[in-house]
Design a protein around this ligand. Structure first.
Ligand SMILES: C[S@@+](CC[C@H](N)C(=O)[O-])C[C@H]1O[C@@H](n2cnc3c(N)ncnc32)[C@H](O)[C@@H]1O
Length: 260
């Protein structure tokens, strides 16, 4: 390659990085409802759109596909980008997708990097939370909230609106205890647990953690918010002697990178 060709290639690479970042920035803002200042659902008990709440994912947007807020959405993106950069093998998966927003970001990252040999696995009942059956979930109130019951059809429609519905997205419909033991996935590089409850978090860990590649990321959406999720995570980490440090994302979320 001549010096001129080298320079042209460097410029092209820089342009690509800029366009990729612009796409993913806009995607994140849209997915959490910051772009259009989507007001909160009444069940959030918050008056009107608040930038600081949306930053932390405190309220639930009326229409936007994700409730996780700016910082946790940014963490989804950056961990997906990191495992691609570091060549950590495996698909991306979320257990607990609601309207699909975090999974849409995962698929958008694959698109931005033109990756066709990884998939996004989206697991949910697509009918809301189960009735609590474990003592640790006693009093968990969201099981009765109809706002959490988003159908598979509606989630697919959200992917389609972002032009990201294709064979690289796999939907696992049903309760985790039924779908995760036989989940059609061999290796994961990002595993995001967002089922809030003790039972939902435990079922995710027991059935999927061994599939997470060394160097991959385990994201616990509500580790610092819900005692139920924290208990399931702490029990599993202790039983399996996992000492990888938990990094706090925002007020509520945490993640760790599985030791290599
Ligand atoms: C907090 S929402 C997920 C939010 C989503 N990740 C986002 O980006 O906005 C929790 C979801 O977990 C699902 N869920 C919780 N426990 C479950 C279980 N045991 N089996 C199937 N789905 C479950 C609920 O249906 C709900 O859609």
């Amino acid at each position: 390659m001549t010096e001129t060709e080298h320079t042209a290639a460097r410029h092209l690479e820089a342009d690509l990085a800029r366009i990729r970042a612009a796409y993913l920035d806009l995607m994140g803002d849209s997915l959490i409802g910051r772009l259009n200042e989507d007001p909160p659902l009444p069940a959030s008990k918050v008056d009107g759109y608040r930038q600081d709440f949306r930053e932390q994912g405190w309220d639930w947007p009326s229409k936007a596909p994700s409730m996780i807020g700016a910082r946790r959405m940014s963490n989804v993106r950056s961990e997906c980008e990191r495992v691609i950069r570091e060549d950590i093998p495996g698909d991306f998966m979320e257990t607990g997708v609601w309207r699909g927003g975090a999974c849409i970001m995962m698929r958008a990252v694959l698109k931005a990097y033109e990756i066709t040999d990884r998939r996004v696995i989206a697991a949910d009942s697509f009918s809301g939370f189960p009735t609590p059956s474990e003592a640790a979930d006693a009093g968990f109130e969201f099981a009765t909230f109809e706002e959490f019951a988003v159908s598979l059809e509606d989630v697919k429609a959200a992917f389609a609106r972002y032009r990201l519905l294709d064979q690289q997205v796999v939907f696992l419909e049903g309760l985790f205890k039924d779908t995760l033991p036989a989940a059609p996935v061999e290796a994961l590089s990002v595993l995001r647990l967002d089922g809030d409850m003790y039972e939902s978090t435990r079922d995710g860990l027991v059935n999927l953690y061994h599939k997470l590649s060394p160097g991959g990321t385990l994201i616990a959406d509500d580790y610092f918010l819900f005692e139920s999720q924290r208990q399931a995570i702490d029990e599993y980490r202790s039983a399996h002697r996992i000492a990888d440090p938990i990094i706090q994302i925002d007020r509520f979320g945490g993640y760790w990178i599985k030791a290599t």
